[in-house]
Design a protein around this ligand. Structure first.
Ligand code: PAF
Length: 279
């Protein structure tokens, strides 16, 4: 596996592959790889001639009071995992490579509407930080397809819209959320939880499942359902940012007959967890 640390070297390699007519699958990450990331690499295999992954903890998508400095960085073991998953190239840029002029005056990519609620409301600037870095990475890697986890549901839908709106010739493929045995969605932030919190965290999955079961059983009182689920989480000690049922694509409140997704974000101590379930 090639390990590339700067844009110039990356672009030279990409050019060489393109000249040979080889297609590229891309899995962008912030490192600290877990089974969720690795399942995306597995999904990417055999879908293109070359598999590229990036590891970059993107400062632009962290708020001033968020965990940029403490975000887990495990480069050595990540590279080993990438290699074991038949990654051809690991792009490992520094902040200087991607933001040589800093962040203040950089052009931002803002995807309207879909980013105005949920994560957009509770983490101002976060989704714009994601769309901006993802477009920058797409321009550097020039993938034919790129893979994102459904765990970050709004992120996936936003990127899909950006690619569509800007006519980027990239297929966006979504991988299912990978869960621990008790249902907790895998996330690098789970390791911030202490033992009691870790046990409590599985209630997010329980409540999502309960809401989805209720909808399947014909319950259409969406507001009542999400209020009850949210209250249950509060009783377990969570501070809930949102628990809501949305149209799967627009993430607006649904009209009758819309395909649905249930989305939740909640704090447990200092850790913010998000999860969702399609109905
Ligand atoms: O989902 C992530 O890990 C990040 O948001 C991404 C897509 C790599 C952009 O920094």
């Amino acid at each position: 596996m090639l390990q590339v640390h700067n844009n110039k070297e990356l672009m030279a390699q990409i050019r060489e592959w393109k000249q040979l007519g080889q297609s590229i699958a891309f899995v962008p990450t912030m490192g600290n790889l877990h089974q969720g990331h690795l399942s995306l690499l597995q999904l990417a295999q055999n879908q293109a001639d070359k598999l590229v992954s990036s590891i970059f903890v993107n400062p632009m998508q962290f708020g001033p009071k968020e965990d940029l400095d403490s975000y887990p960085r495990t480069l050595k073991q990540d590279c080993k995992a990438l290699m074991e998953h038949r990654c051809d190239l690991a792009f490992l840029p520094g902040t200087q490579d991607l933001y040589p002029q800093g962040l203040d005056q950089i052009t931002q990519v803002e995807v309207p509407d879909i980013t105005e609620r949920l994560e957009g409301k509770f983490r101002p600037g976060h989704l714009t930080g994601v769309s901006t870095i993802v477009l920058k990475l797409f321009n550097l890697v020039q993938p034919d397809l790129a893979l994102f986890g459904k765990k970050d549901y709004q992120q996936w839908r936003m990127i899909d819209k950006m690619v569509h709106d800007l006519n980027l010739p990239i297929d966006i493929i979504a991988g299912e959320t990978v869960r621990e045995a008790d249902g907790l969605a895998m996330s690098s932030r789970n390791q911030y939880l202490d033992r009691d919190q870790r046990r409590t965290a599985a209630n997010i999955y329980q409540q999502l499942q309960w809401v989805v079961q209720q909808i399947h059983a014909g319950n259409e009182h969406f507001e009542e359902l999400t209020t009850l689920a949210s209250k249950a989480l509060t009783d377990f000690g969570f501070k809930v940012d949102y628990f809501t049922i949305c149209n799967r694509r627009s993430l607006h409140l649904p009209n009758p007959g819309d395909p649905l997704v249930v989305l939740v974000a909640a704090h447990l101590g200092n850790t913010r967890l998000i999860d969702n379930m399609e109905v």
